[in-house]
Design a protein around this ligand. Structure first.
Ligand SMILES: Nc1ncnc2c1ncn2[C@@H]1O[C@H](COP(=O)(O)OP(=O)(O)OP(=O)(O)O)[C@@H](O)[C@H]1O
Ligand SMILES: [Mg+2]
Length: 243
């Protein structure tokens, strides 16, 4: 996927300023930076939940035309999105949350969709919770259901916006373990997060974003090694110092 010269203004302010980003197959990139820097806006532009004013997105060499509704729908199906607050349907069980898009969007039969949904729940370690409703699941389990739901659509890219920041601390690691396994399995992803341990261990590249721009980027070893004179390390030292 390529992000080419994306800019966005909101409320008279420039929120994204000519962002370029190239994401190769199998890469994991981590977006970090201060609150309000534009991370969520960028991720939402990357699947056209928000329409940028200038610039465009390319997927596998094809430029997406967001005015073409059919093309936009097809594109969105190939880009999985994970939000901080899970976005599950409260009136559906875990397995139905995963199966519903397969039935409604892909037109699969109930049996086929449930079979696939069970396989995805198994992949995130939740086969035994399939018949529970979101209210009966922990935050970490809900987030894993939402990851299973995205995976069921066979996305080419996953965009994750602070997937663990709404979780109690003891639930963070189960979700990070699932995401790490995806990264190691070759999924292509961009993830906004403040989890520096994850960034160090899993990211191919860290992008530091501030005031709508990517102001530093590189492998974690270059940006986050103790002593590196980078904005990224300054910022992370503050985070890890505990606020
Ligand atoms: N609908 C909107 N109208 C006006 N300004 C907006 C709107 N949505 C976001 N913004 C502004 O855009 C800027 C970037 O917001 P964004 O949510 O992308 O930042 P972020 O890096 O994800 O921050 P955080 O770390 O807090 O999640 C912020 O200053 C925010 O106030
Ligand atoms: Mg955000």
């Amino acid at each position: 996927m390529r992000v080419v010269g994306i800019s966005k203004r909101l409320g008279g302010r420039r929120i994204l300023d000519a962002i370029h980003l190239e994401l190769f197959k199998g890469q994991t990139k981590v977006l970090i930076g201060p609150s309000g820097g534009g991370k969520s806006t960028l991720l939402q532009c990357m699947n056209y939940l928000i329409f940028p004013e200038t610039g465009f997105i390319e997927l596998e060499g094809q430029t997406i035309d967001p005015r073409n509704t059919k093309a936009l729908c097809a594109f969105r199906q190939q880009v999985g999105m994970i939000f901080q607050d899970f976005n599950l349907f409260d009136h559906l069980t875990a397995v139905d949350n995963v199966a519903i898009a397969l039935r409604k969007v892909r037109g699969w039969s109930r049996r086929q969709a449930l079979e696939r949904a069970m396989a995805e729940l198994e992949r995130v370690g939740l086969a035994d919770k399939a018949t529970l409703y979101p209210a009966e699941l922990s935050g970490g389990q809900k987030q894993r259901v939402s990851i299973a739901r995205a995976l069921a659509m066979d996305p080419k890219v996953m965009l994750l916006d602070e997937p663990t920041s709404a979780l109690d601390p003891e639930l963070v690691s189960e979700v990070l373990a699932v995401i790490r396994a995806l990264a190691q399995g070759g999924m292509t992803m961009v993830m906004a997060t403040h989890q520096m341990g994850f960034a160090r261990a899993v990211a191919d590249e860290v992008l530091f974003m501030e005031n709508g721009r990517i102001i530093e980027q590189g492998p974690p070893a270059a940006l986050l090694t103790p002593g590196a004179a980078t904005r990224t390390l300054d910022f992370c030292s503050q985070l890890e110092g505990g606020i």
